[in-house]
Design a protein around this ligand. Sequence first.
Ligand code: PNS
Length: 159
Amino acid sequence: MMKAMYPGSFDPITLGHLDIIKRAASMLDQLYVVVMINPLKKYFFSIEERKKLIRESLEGINNVIVDDHEGLLVDYAKKNKINVVVRGLRAVTDFEYELQMANANRKLYDKLETVFFMTDEKYSFLSSSLVKEVAMLGGDISYWVPKPVLNAFKEKLRR
Ligand code: PNS
């Protein structure tokens, strides 16, 4: 059985992430979308909110498991017998960071391979931070995020 994990902060999930999830899931038996928890980082959405927003955005993709993990990525991979990590590459600016992570992870667990999906060009400038900034300043983010995320921002920013 071919399975892989797609780790990230997903604060929140964007249409860029969703595009990678769809394309990766279609090639695999099972894709684990794993919300990684860094205790030192401040998030806009809670871990449960981020997982819920991913689940609600999946609509019809059945071979995806949404989970969270605190600690090393490689420990999650080992525990769940996963040997492939999926990441998206938007532009060359992502490359150095991704290369560093991929190499560090392979050093920590030599059976772990990272594969990259080239982000669809229409999402090449998109990031969760950009979405949060625009949303908080009252801009329209409907082109960039799935419906559940749009509603979650409306709800959170109303208060
Ligand atoms: O969505 P992001 O913020 O680009 O995702 C980065 C993430 C969560 C994949 C990365 O920070 C990570 O893997 N964190 C888990 C801790 C870990 O294993 N660190 C060593 C990897 S080099």
